[in-house]
Design a protein around this ligand. Structure first.
Ligand code: FAD
Length: 395
């Protein structure tokens, strides 16, 4: 596939850039991290603006309000979005980046009709109820049970690390529908309405001081069987579709933004003084930045592959694990470089002398979570070794 940008792509770039230049400043600053209702309102109203202007869901079907863009137009979209510093996807992360895409790829017509457009319009916020206290990396070991009773499943169990659970309308829920089958064959993937009786959401506080995560307790929650995506006990296959979106294409804008952040660091290093010279005069630093830049370029080439593969096949391939691993590794190294450049200013959570301390410290902490979220780096290495390189299976 030719991934060079055409004249049509460039004219889309101009149009989207002009719209972003006007709209981003108008949307104002994001609310405080702990004001969840205000965060929901900020993120969803921005999504609504994108939708109304015809800029939501670059790769989503036109039938549900998406743009059905070509792979190159989609890449231009992410480049411009990141370059403009447009609002982070925030509480729409799950719905837009893997819940909605899973419903599009695997859902019934009724499920698509019910859920896809409201996600795109910023009306429905989704969360993910996959992990459990004893099932993270070994996700297929999950125990939350679903027992069929008439037209409902009766759900009992506990989920953890459920991002945005406190403001979500729906959740992607993994349940065990056959306790006697081998663990990968007894799982089903359900759409969980978050307002059902028997659901309790308890926020957890991270070391950032934010309550982004929740525990989810499910006590005799009745979910209609019609909310199941795919066949009963075929949920592990659907889960892999969700995870491919989560690893392969969910971070595209963040990857482009990381390149921009590295450029910011180069500008910063020209201002930072070390022994009467600027930090940029240090050849070692320039070499390090050069290596990081080259690796980011290589990663962007991988992203192009993932985006075009997703469009060809309807979902990203297993190579998304390589994208996620490389991205989080680079994220960690670039943010560590930021703290080294800042020196003592990097110890402050407030900007000192115009140094971006707050942003750098936040990103440095974020690097740790990114290496765990959507499957840890070790798990991505296992997948790359076994499923891409054909190495013997991990015992
Ligand atoms: C920012 C963030 C957001 C998240 N959001 C959600 C969400 O919305 N919904 C949700 O369901 N979950 C979410 N999670 C949870 C996440 O998916 C799990 O934390 C992750 O899969 C790891 O599981 P665990 O925490 O149970 O660690 P464990 O599985 O207990 O792993 C502990 C350590 O052992 C290593 N390890 C385990 N097995 C192997 C192996 N076979 N080979 C090599 N090393 C291994 C791991 O790499 C890790 O270092 C989120 C996590 C983070 C950090």
């Amino acid at each position: 596939m030719d991934l060079r940008y055409s004249l049509t792509d460039e004219s889309f770039r101009k149009e989207f850039r002009a719209w972003l230049q006007e709209q981003v400043p108008r949307h104002g600053a994001a609310p405080g991290a702990e004001d969840w209702q205000a965060r929901r309102e900020y993120d969803t109203s921005w999504q609504r603006k994108l939708y109304e202007a015809g800029f939501a869901g670059p790769s989503w079907p036109r039938a549900y309000g998406g743009r059905e863009a070509s792979p190159t137009e989609e890449l231009v979209y992410h480049e411009e979005y990141a370059r403009a510093g447009a609002p982070y996807v925030g509480v729409n992360f799950v719905g837009l980046l893997h819940g909605g895409p899973t419903v599009i790829a695997e859902g019934s017509e009724a499920q698509k009709e019910r859920h896809v457009r409201p996600i795109l319009r910023g009306e429905h916020v989704w969360c993910q109820g996959f992990s459990e206290p004893a099932a993270g990396s070994d996700l297929a070991g999950l125990r939350t049970s679903a027992v069929r009773d008439g037209d409902d499943y009766v759900i009992n169990g506990q989920k953890i690390w459920c991002s945005f659970g406190q403001v979500a309308d729906y959740g992607e829920l993994l349940v065990r529908t056959d306790p006697d089958a081998p663990k990968h064959r007894g799982i089903s993937w359900l759409i969980l309405p978050m307002d059902l009786p028997g659901i309790e959401v308890r926020p957890l506080r991270t070391f950032h001081g934010e309550g982004e995560f929740c525990e989810l307790f499910l006590n005799d929650v009745r979910v209609p069987v019609s909310n199941r995506v795919g066949e009963e006990n075929d949920g592990w296959r659907i889960t892999n579709v969700t995870l491919r979106f989560e690893r392969g294409t969910a971070f595209v804008s963040d990857i482009y933004q990381l390149q921009e952040f590295l450029d910011d660091l180069v500008r910063l290093s020209r201002r930072v003084l070390r022994d009467d010279a600027s930090a940029w005069d240090d050849r070692g630093l320039r070499r390090e930045v050069g290596h990081l830049r080259a690796e980011l370029e290589a990663l962007w080439a991988l992203v192009k592959m993932a985006v075009s593969e997703a469009q060809r096949q309807g979902m990203p391939g297993v190579g998304g694990s390589a994208v996620k691993l490389a991205f989080t590794d680079l994220y960690s190294r670039v943010t560590e470089l930021a703290l080294r450049l800042l020196g003592r200013a990097g110890l402050s959570k407030q900007d000192i002398d115009g140094m971006p301390s707050a942003e750098s410290i936040y990103k440095y902490g974020q690097a740790v979570s990114l290496m765990i979220a959507a499957g840890t780096s070790q798990i991505q290495r296992n997948i790359i070794a076994e499923r891409i390189l054909g190495q013997p299976k991990d015992r």
